[in-house]
Write a protein that binds this ligand. Structure first.
Ligand SMILES: C[S@@+](CC[C@H](N)C(=O)[O-])C[C@H]1O[C@@H](n2cnc3c(N)ncnc32)[C@H](O)[C@@H]1O
Length: 276
């Protein structure tokens, strides 16, 4: 599926930078999360909003038959290159939109996993409906969602970035609403899932980077779409220095690494499990 970048701000946002540069700091947590998913040989897995495969590759290494779908063509390309370099033939990446998976058949996956992926797609009710549709009865959906107003790293980066950016267009639903349990329940029950089949738990992802917190801020400023946009908007208002300082304070305050030259920051997320 190809989409005109100019007509799709969601796609443009994620193709803008190079999320691989950020994902490099998230590989350990991606592997650890996949280890908890009960992956077995031949399990059919859809990794939605998969990026360059932080969770898709470990799932394939455990023997699953994995399809990674992402809206950003550069990340699809990066995922396929990483799979090839790793010699994995049971994982492929293709372009697609979590709000409309019409290229995928009903009931075709045992497990749909989406770690900070589908939460960024527009039209959350359609996203829930599509994930339920492509999951076979008896299968599972596992989502990792950042949490609105959470004090840890990513929720704060997004909150700070938003405060320097122009207000979103009318009708825009914040991705962070996927971190609110009542909203998640509303979306999946509208897709036909009974409330008792939806469960929640708080979990943690760690960002590990072999340099200072300020250098990690620089990676976000240069390669992470939402932060890049915030810096562009801040520059237009002469507020770049202020934004830089706010992010550096955030990263430095949250850094738990015992070394001055390394960064290790934990971020809380909402893990949602849906039995279909
Ligand atoms: C924060 S990244 C996470 C990537 C990956 N899941 C990981 O853990 O590294 C968000 C991902 O969601 C993808 N994405 C955003 N909107 C999407 C949509 N509508 N459909 C599919 N993927 C989408 C982005 O392109 C990006 O790769």
């Amino acid at each position: 599926m190809t989409t005109d970048v100019t007509a799709n701000p969601n796609k443009a946002l994620w193709e803008k930078g190079d999320f691989t540069r950020i994902a490099e700091s998230m590989r350990g947590s991606g592997e650890a999360l996949v280890d908890t998913l009960g992956i077995t040989e031949g399990l059919k897995v859809l990794d939605l909003g998969c990026g360059d495969g932080t969770t898709a590759l470990p799932a394939a290494r455990l023997g699953a038959d994995v399809l990674g779908v992402d809206i950003a063509s550069n990340l699809v390309e990066a995922g396929n290159a990483r799979a090839q370099n790793a010699g994995l033939t049971n994982v492929t990446f293709q372009e697609g939109d979590a709000s409309d998976l019409s290229e995928l058949e009903d009931n075709s996956f045992d497990l749909v996993v989406t770690i900070f992926g589908a939460m960024f797609a527009p039209r959350p009710f359609d996203v829930a409906k599509e994930m339920v549709r492509v999951t076979r009865p008896g299968g599972r959906i596992v989502m990792g969602n950042w949490i609105a107003n959470d004090p840890t790293l990513v929720a704060q980066i997004l909150k700070i970035s938003a405060s320097y950016s122009p207000p979103p267009p009318e009708g825009f639903v914040s991705p962070m609403t996927w971190g609110i349990e009542s909203e998640v329940i509303e979306r999946f029950t509208a897709a036909g899932v009974p409330e008792k089949s939806i469960s929640f738990e708080r979990d943690t992802y760690s960002f590990n980077y072999p340099d200072t917190p300020s250098e990690l801020v620089a990676e976000f400023r240069t390669y992470y779409g939402p932060t890049m946009n915030a810096f562009e908007a801040a520059a237009a208002n002469g507020r770049e220095v202020e934004l830089q300082a706010e992010l550096e304070t955030l990263f430095n305050t949250q850094n738990a690494s015992p070394s001055d030259d390394a960064t290790s920051i934990a971020a809380t997320f909402l893990r949602v499990t849906v039995s279909v």
